[in-house]
Design a binder for this molecule. Structure first.
Ligand SMILES: [Zn+2]
Length: 449
């Protein structure tokens, strides 16, 4: 077996593939039990395995836009969040992928927006890999810390080294948007051709669609429908690859997305300069306009109590916005961050700016009237909006067939994966009881109750 040590994971020779197959079959037959002591019912894999797939910007309901036979198959044979998966606020890609991975709200895992300026240090985050930004314990770290093998194929945050996780090249390829979806799927599937003992426990796969088209054209465009069809084909490629290896019923496949998408048009805009009658707001006080208005006013040194000034500013802005004299003003509500609705869990971090504006669904905020009037798509809005929801489907030995569960927040998923893999979860914002409502007990399979 010394020979196998010298072989690159992704480039197994045919001989080894056959050897791996024989080993897998033999080990599978011999493996006596799962960690619960029940007989392990499977033949090819001798342990629980989770494959999590994320389709960026897959709004709940996209699966009804066109024929999606492969997603439909996972739904009919698996467990689905009936009305979609609820993202965390802000409903952006990086905060949500990292909440799925850590079970933490953005205020606690530190990635409070896709890009932001730390109000205390002035340091800028823009999807960078400096470990100082990435708090909490993502699943790949939990797995590595407990001696398990994780593979991350482009998951946001996975390239950041943490504890036992070094993002080794063979398990954690560096993000490259030009790698085709077919290659991504085939590379992930190739890990199942490794000798039994080298098969990863946990694999994550990321597709940056249909988010791209959703942004460019808005969610109700035929080109988004086509992108949904392409994503479904990739799910089909995963299913076929697992079936060919006779492990489709042994791998727990979780298919989800990070957030939804809504149409926004330049004519539905709130202009900050329209508030001048109440208060003048310089552009350099604003870190981000929409879908989340992030403000960090720069008061002069003579201002003794900036918190008081911030409170006055918020009051004046809201007075103007609700006056009926500001175009679309009723669709923006401004808060001191500690006064934001509790359900958003968006205050307990020094990285969140002192003033946050909640922008109405599909509205835009700009400083002044420049630019063209056109429509496109965006996300990042309040997670109470149905348009921001994505999908959750679980398929495999721990998910019942045809089961529907009520919608839930994606911070619950960390515990679900930890439970399936038998990992000790790090502390997180999910409920340990939630796993019971969505998973069947270990070793048990079959029809829904
Ligand atoms: Zn996006």
């Amino acid at each position: 077996m010394a020979k196998t040590k010298h072989v690159m994971y992704l480039k197994l020779s045919l001989t080894l593939l056959i050897l791996a197959h024989v080993l897998a079959t033999t080990n599978g037959l011999d493996s006596p039990s799962s960690k619960t002591g029940r007989p392990w019912p499977f033949k090819k894999l001798n342990k629980p395995v989770v494959l999590m797939i994320s389709c960026d910007g897959f709004r709940f309901g996209y699966q009804f836009k066109t024929d999606t036979p492969n997603i439909d198959l996972l739904i009919s044979e698996g467990t689905e969040a009936k009305s979609g998966l609820i993202p965390v606020f802000p409903t952006m890609t990086f905060p949500n992928h990292y909440s799925i991975a850590t079970g933490l709200y953005p205020a606690y895992h530190g990635i409070i927006m896709n890009s932001f300026t730390d109000p205390v240090t002035g340091d800028k985050f823009n999807k960078g890999l400096d470990p100082k930004w990435w708090l909490g314990e993502p699943l790949w770290v939990t797995a590595a810390n407990q001696g398990r093998k994780a593979v991350t194929y482009f998951w946001p945050g996975s390239e950041v080294p943490k504890d036992s996780w070094t993002c080794p090249k063979e398990l954690c390829p560096h993000y490259n948007s030009s790698v085709t979806f077919e290659e991504r799927v085939d590379n992930v599937l190739s890990y199942f051709d490794l000798p039994q003992s080298d098969i990863p426990d946990f694999l994550m796969l990321y597709f940056d669609q249909p988010d791209k088209e959703g942004h460019e054209y808005g969610p109700d465009d035929p080109r988004v429908t086509a992108a949904v069809g392409r994503v479904d084909k990739m799910i089909g490629r995963v299913i076929q690859g697992l079936k060919k290896r006779e492990i489709f019923d042994e791998v727990n496949v979780i298919l989800l997305g990070d957030h939804g998408m809504v149409t926004n048009c330049d004519m539905k805009t709130i202009y900050i300069d329209d508030l001048a009658e109440w208060v003048k707001i310089p552009a350099d006080w604003i870190n981000a306009y929409s879908p989340v208005l992030a403000m960090n006013p720069k008061w002069g040194k003579d201002v003794k109590n900036p918190s008081e000034k911030n409170a006055e500013l918020v009051a004046k802005m809201n007075e103007g916005l609700s006056s009926g004299k500001v175009e679309n003003g009723e669709f923006l509500q401004v808060y001191l961050k500690e006064k934001l609705p509790k359900r958003l869990h968006y205050s307990e971090s020094s990285r969140i700016p002192p003033i946050v504006g909640m922008v109405g669904e599909g509205l835009i905020v700009r400083q002044n009237r420049t630019g063209v009037h056109e429509c496109y798509g965006d996300h990042g809005y309040d997670n109470k909006y149905f348009s921001m929801r994505s999908i959750f489907i679980g398929h495999g030995p721990r998910f019942k067939q045809g089961k529907k569960v009520p919608s839930f927040e994606n911070v619950q998923i960390y515990n679900v994966v930890a439970e399936i893999l038998g990992l000790r979860p790090a502390s997180n914002n999910g409920s340990s009881l939630f796993t019971r409502s969505i998973l069947s007990s270990s070793g048990e399979t079959g029809e829904v109750d």
